[in-house]
Ligand binder design. Sequence first.
Ligand code: TXA
Ligand code: MG
Length: 342
Amino acid sequence: METLRLTTNESDIARAGEMIRNGGLVAFPTETVYGLGADALNAGAVRAVYKAKGRPSDNPMIVHIAYVAALGELIKGGMEALDADAHRLIGELWPGPLTLIFPKSDIVPDVTTGGLDTVAVRMPSNGTARAFIKESGRPVAAPSANLSGKPSPTTAEDVLEDMDGRIDAVIMGEMCDVGIESTVLDMTGEVPVILRPGILSREYISDILGREVVYDQSLLEVPEVIADPDDGAADTLFRPRSPGMKYKHYAPAADVILIEGSYDRFRLRSRELGLEAMKEGRKAAIIDYGDDPNRAAHKFFADLRELDRQGYDLILVRSMEQKGKGFSVMNRMLKSAGYDIE
Ligand code: TXA
Ligand code: MG
């Protein structure tokens, strides 16, 4: 299949929307990472997304909408079923990098939700994303537009690296602002639970709601075994509530090691490890974002992919304090390192 390169101009966006209505797959920019979109209500189109990504089919998709009112038909009981907390979060944080989980309505196919009876919904703030969803006239199911297991794409070039020839089109937009995926918040229980941390931190959301917001237990543990999506087999020891969180993730071709501690320790250890690697004829690179979680989020996935392209064998990453946005960045860093931290 030839993958069309579309611009962000009106006629190209209209064309992209038409492709979605016809059951096609179109990658598009959002403020977090690039998504791989399909009509969320078309089971065949959604199955094609799993196939293009090489993604295990128990891993549910996020459904993207362009208007708050579009949420109604997707959730059980419609808009009237939303409680005060949901209203507040939607009012304050949509459009934006926040995905909310609710019981699903019957029109959402099982394949979209990986067989779960809940649906994840997000209204992105990126202008191109919004225009594209509006033009499609459908709720758009979209996982990140990478091959399963690889770092999420934050530029159109990164999307093409994984998806050229596998999907109908890519909207060639700008680099994503945020750089890590949305915060996924489960609203179906007594207490809101963060299933995937994002740039909207637990502390920030908790302040908005004026109540406790907790992390899913799986985010606080080191998994004993990480399933490789290529094996298709999910491990039995580590069962987070967000099915996607159990797989090996965000892994570049290079080995990644995370180095903890002070700046001096990082400098010393990265030099030692870099020299060791060099003696073995391996090329080592260093990633250090200081204590700036916004910059780390914005650049981390892009840097991993760039260092792969440049042929590095080892990437030494300076760790960050696991607080606020730093917790979310460290979640991605730990996974990309396969929890190799020293
Ligand atoms: O920022 C983002 O969220 C990007 C852009 C494209 O919007 N999308 C994204 O989608 O990251 P994806 O498919 O790569 O990640 C979706 C995450 C997975 O961890 C999945 O398991 C979880 O959300 N998820 C989706 N529906 C769920 C549900 N009903 N219950 C629990 N977790 C769910
Ligand atoms: Mg993803």
